[in-house]
Design a protein around this ligand. Structure first.
Ligand code: UD1
Length: 419
């Protein structure tokens, strides 16, 4: 397939209403959790993004029939189960690591390689492995091939995370759901997507309490069965479209999402001068005024400001009055979009973990290349508020997490096409 590009003509304020897609970071662990269930699982509000398709390929390889149509995925076991994931499937996305807990928990073994998705700097899996060991698995790593085994099944354990890792918390929840006895996770990640995964697992018969808090208690059950479940809305996609409205000076309504789930981002947009009104599962955003710089935006585990929204909000702030300071605490290499924004006329300086954005009056369209999922989206946000044409290459990164991105922007009156 030839590489595709987005061609964006900036300058039109976004306007209109958009239904927010299902959350990427929820649906990926939920699909993996379906590998632990008997019978049929129906996942609704499933986003049509390439990471979902990568998950489907893994599930098909593992012995499941997956039918994915109209944002609904139906997963059924074909009877034959496989516990090994080949390298080419593992490398398609970082989230493939989540199958470690799902497979070891349900089959007592798994063999896999290291997951892909290293574009944000080193992404070790030491916490995942240590947690699986605590639950009774033997784990070996020979030449990059990881083997987990628990001949007599996993057992409950008390696991104290030294950092509230999202993926590790999810992997423990999956592995412990079918383990013997009780597992307690201390210092668990509190992201809303963790609660969504627990909601799904509980509907399948799991006994998980406290998800969304720092202490999560999982009482192992003997069996999980399929269910019908609707994935929560994507708060990072919402932040991206709000940033696009802010960058272009528009006003939009997001349908299918409550303010609460986006609070840490919305409070920053409010400091930037955007106005929000919430009504019946919709958020109206008025971003017509000139944006103001924000003192300091520090990325933190939930409920702090999410690292995934850093790039898109930075893109909107390029054209603000005054200066803004970002501090990126989660990933080492998460300012890769900055060079592209500077090429478009932004004034940004990166010093270690900090990025200082001095607002400018105008951005100008340029030829840029998406570096990663959210970084690529940030370039589109900047392009929508820039004068002239922005051409973004390597948009496969954007397609990993945004459902029909060009369709969404077009619906809001933005000028974008895929070439
Ligand atoms: C998830 C999200 C990602 C988001 C991130 C932080 C999904 C599919 N992805 O990623 O979009 O940016 O949370 O909110 O949900 N770490 C270790 N060792 C480990 C695991 C993690 O050192 O074994 C470090 C990571 O390198 C990183 C930090 O912990 O610096 C946070 O990682 P984690 O919360 O695990 O993020 P992910 O689950 O990979």
């Amino acid at each position: 397939m030839t590489a595709q590009k987005f061609i964006i003509e900036g300058g039109t304020p976004l306007q209109g209403e958009l239904k927010i897609q299902g959350a990427k970071n929820s649906v990926l662990p939920i699909i993996a959790a379906a590998a632990m269930c008997s019978g049929e699982t129906v996942i609704e509000n499933c986003p049509e993004i390439t990471d979902t398709y990568s998950s489907t390929r893994i599930m098909t390889h593992l012995g499941f029939n997956c039918v994915f149509e109209n944002n609904t995925m139906i997963i059924r076991s074909s009877g034959q189960r496989i516990s090994e994931i080949p390298d080419e499937l593992m490398r398609e996305m970082r989230s493939s690591i989540i199958y470690m807990g799902a497979l070891t928990g349900s089959l007592g073994e798994c063999t896999m390689t290291f997951p892909g998705g290293c574009e944000l700097g080193p992404r070790p899996i030491d916490m995942h492995i240590a947690a699986l060991k605590k639950l009774g698995a033997k784990v070996s790593d020979e030449y990059g091939i990881i083997r987990c085994s628990a001949e007599n099944g996993l057992h409950g354990a008390k696991i104290n995370l030294n950092y509230p890792s999202v993926g590790t918390t999810e992997n423990i929840m999956l592995a412990a759901a079918l383990a013997k006895g009780e597992t307690v996770i201390y210092n668990a990640a509190r992201e809303p997507e963790i609660s969504d995964l627990a909601g799904f697992l509980n509907r399948c018969g799991a006994k998980i309490k406290g998800a969304g808090n720092s202490t999560v208690i999982i009482e192992g059950v003997k069996k999980l069965h399929g269910c019908t479940y609707s994935v929560m809305p994507d708060r990072i996609a919402a932040a991206t479209y709000i940033a696009a409205a802010a960058s272009s000076g528009g006003e939009i309504t997001l349908d299918g999402i409550d303010r609460g789930v986006c609070e840490s981002c919305i409070s920053v947009f409010e400091q930037m001068g955007c106005k929000f009104y919430e009504y019946s599962n919709r958020i109206y955003v008025d971003a017509k005024r000139k944006l103001k710089g924000v003192n300091k935006i520090t990325t933190m585990p939930h409920p702090g400001f999410p690292t995934d929204a850093q790039a898109v909000i930075m893109a909107a702030l390029c054209k603000s009055s005054g200066s803004s300071i970002f501090v990126e605490n989660i990933f080492e290499n998460r300012y890769r979009h900055v060079d592209a924004l500077v090429k478009m006329g932004a004034d940004i300086k990166v010093i270690g973990k900090a990025a200082i954005v001095n607002g400018v009056d105008k951005l100008y369209g340029a030829k840029v290349s998406a570096t990663d999922l959210r970084g690529g989206a940030a370039m589109a946000v900047a392009g929508l508020g820039a004068e002239g044409i922005t051409e973004i290459s390597e948009i496969r990164h954007i397609d990993r997490g945004y459902e029909n991105f060009e369709g969404a922007i077009t619906k809001l009156g933005g000028n974008i096409r895929r070439a």
